[in-house]
Design a protein around this ligand. Structure first.
Ligand SMILES: [Zn+2]
Ligand SMILES: [Zn+2]
Length: 311
């Protein structure tokens, strides 16, 4: 084994970690991808794939993980859940070793990928929704037909008109709506590979016709599914859209109120118009009767003329 001083010079240090932030996140996602369900199976939350990966560990074999920086290793074969005490103790020990097993100078002994990267962030603004709409547009540019299946088909109520309130670019496009329902649940599409930003599940898709369940396609331990965070996200989006709709309706109402101020004039004009109509009808009836009278006069005249001519 290398001496501490020599060994530590090979290790990633805290200052480096702060500088190479993007690289650090990419490496975190690379580690996360190694946790195949059949390798890291049935692990509780304390030692889940995410908890291990965010502390520098990658899965190397069945129940076996290794630090990608100091190369320490942990074997986590849990006893049966029926032996509850042993099982709980084993989980506690493994959870502790996620920190303790790192080399004393390994950065992952002190560092952890922050919660904000792992969890779904709350959505409070139209700007975030507009960002998702842009992502959905990019998503659509790569794909022909999308069919959403599963709970989102009925649970997520967005009307195409809701988008009209937020984005002036288009709308009434059901394809955009479907793409939106995919991107808001952390799916990114690149070269026919659909990847979850949170659990790093990768799915090869048919870009001509995507039939997709944006929720159940996540890995069982994905933060999107944890504590029904996906339902919370739906609620937040619906609230923003409905709030926006309400503002829009208030605007319309204000315009309507202004309209109401001039409405009496219109109504009085309408009444006048009706009066005019009745007057006109009265006038017409008068004219008609006059016309009838005239006709009879004319007939009389004709008759008299005829008589005079015949005479
Ligand atoms: Zn380490
Ligand atoms: Zn996921």
């Amino acid at each position: 084994m290398l001496k501490d001083s020599k060994f530590s010079s090979h290790l990633l240090h805290l200052s480096q970690l702060q500088i190479i932030n993007h690289k650090t996140l990419d490496e975190y996602r690379d580690r996360l991808k190694t946790y195949e369900d059949y390798l890291w199976f049935g692990k509780p939350e304390k030692i889940s794939a995410i908890e291990c990966a965010r502390r520098g560990w990658a899965c190397q074999a069945s129940d076996s993980i290794e630090c990608m920086n100091c190369h320490a290793q942990i074997l986590a074969q849990l006893p049966s859940v029926l032996k509850i005490d042993e099982y709980t103790e084993s989980i506690e020990n493994t959870a502790r070793s996620l920190v303790d097993s790192h080399h004393r100078y390994c950065v992952w002994k002190f560092m952890i990928i922050p919660e904000s990267i792992i969890q779904l962030t709350d959505i409070y603004s139209n700007e975030t929704i507009n960002k998702f709409i842009q992502e959905a547009e990019e998503f659509l540019s790569q794909i022909n037909q999308i069919d959403i299946v599963g709970q989102l088909k009925t649970l997520f109520h967005i009307e195409p008109t809701d988008f009209d309130l937020l984005s002036s670019t288009h709308l009434n496009d059901s394809r955009l709506l479907s793409a939106f329902k995919i991107v808001v649940f952390c799916w990114k599409l690149k070269n026919s590979l659909l990847t979850c930003d949170k659990c790093c599940r990768e799915i090869h898709i048919d870009i001509n016709h995507l039939v997709f369940d944006p929720i159940l396609s996540h890995r069982a331990w994905c933060p999107v599914l944890k504590n029904n965070q996906w339902k919370k996200r739906i609620e937040q989006i619906e609230n923003i859209l409905h709030e926006k709709s309400r503002h829009k309706l208030e605007e319309i109402k204000t315009t309507h109120d202004q309209t109401e101020q001039i409405l009496p004039d219109i109504i009085s004009t309408q009444n006048l118009f009706h009066e005019l109509i009745s007057s006109k009808e009265y006038y017409r009836s008068c004219v008609q009767s006059t016309f009838v009278d005239n006709t009879s006069t004319s007939d009389d005249m004709d008759h008299s003329t005829k008589n005079s001519m015949s005479t």
